[in-house]
Design a protein around this ligand. Sequence first.
Ligand SMILES: NC(=O)c1ccc[n+]([C@@H]2O[C@H](COP(=O)([O-])OP(=O)(O)OC[C@H]3O[C@@H](n4cnc5c(N)ncnc54)[C@H](O)[C@@H]3O)[C@@H](O)[C@H]2O)c1
Length: 283
Amino acid sequence: MNVQTIMVVGAGQMGSGIAQVSAQAGFQVILSDVKQEFVDRGLGTIHKNLSRNVEKGRMSEQEKADILSRITLSTDLADGEKADFVVEAVTENMAVKAEIFKKLDAVCPAHAVLASNTSSLPITEIAAVTSRPEKVIGMHFMNPVPVMKLVEIIRGLQTADEVYQLTEDLSKQMGKVPVSVNDFPGFVSNRVLMPMINEAIYCVYEGVATPEAVDEVMKLGMNHPMGPLTLADFIGLDTCLYIMEVLYEGFGDSKYRPCPLLRKYVKAGWLGKKSGRGFYVYN
Ligand SMILES: NC(=O)c1ccc[n+]([C@@H]2O[C@H](COP(=O)([O-])OP(=O)(O)OC[C@H]3O[C@@H](n4cnc5c(N)ncnc54)[C@H](O)[C@@H]3O)[C@@H](O)[C@H]2O)c1
């Protein structure tokens, strides 16, 4: 299949990045969210990233203008009728994603592939709400999308081989390195990363150390480029909590129980960098 138009559903941290790399790779992009202010904010982020590239001499003004000209904004999922490939990047919640996949399945052309950027939810379960489970796949980008090379590609139980191949090819066209993993809670990236972040939060909760000290230990002692609590703030504490809940429920193992402090922060609206406060305060 010749992909020309990619629709990205959800214009938050991840969706705006996915729209940017898709447009940079030469695809027509429809960036969609529930409200105009959210798509405007997503486009604003892309604008800022591209301007930085121009300032640093990595891109010309003309290239920036060409990339932006390939992106259109939408607040209506019915625009999926123009898409050959959809990447969903909305909140990490099965009910929300299932609703979107049902709608996309109804409006998108029969040939369109429906991919999810979910960090942890079962692709097989998402696929099951559609009439095209063979065309549903996990395409898990890393944050920040324009910078990070990895894309985990997750086959659901019924994902067709040619859909896997197409998704791998698209990832490469976007300058990414695809890695194939199977459909288990958290895949590989978050099954390994999230329990470490959760344990770092337990260290703060139990008074073992301050957030600064935990991060310093992991940076200087383990050579991590970013401490786990800084990383948690960057990912979004709501997303971290959703992922821990998926691991906890999916494996039924108490070692994945989310730290109560993480729950408390999310309830308070301290979602990390995107809300201005998490383990640290942001301007
Ligand atoms: N943050 C990360 O580091 C990271 C990394 C990889 C994958 N992910 C995954 O990407 C997805 C999005 O995460 P994010 O960090 O961009 O979150 P975010 O909160 O920044 O953005 C989510 C966006 O989805 C939109 N949305 C919610 N319901 C919607 C609906 N019904 N229709 C259309 N849009 C809707 C919201 O308005 C918001 O703009 C999640 O599945 C998350 O697990 C996140």
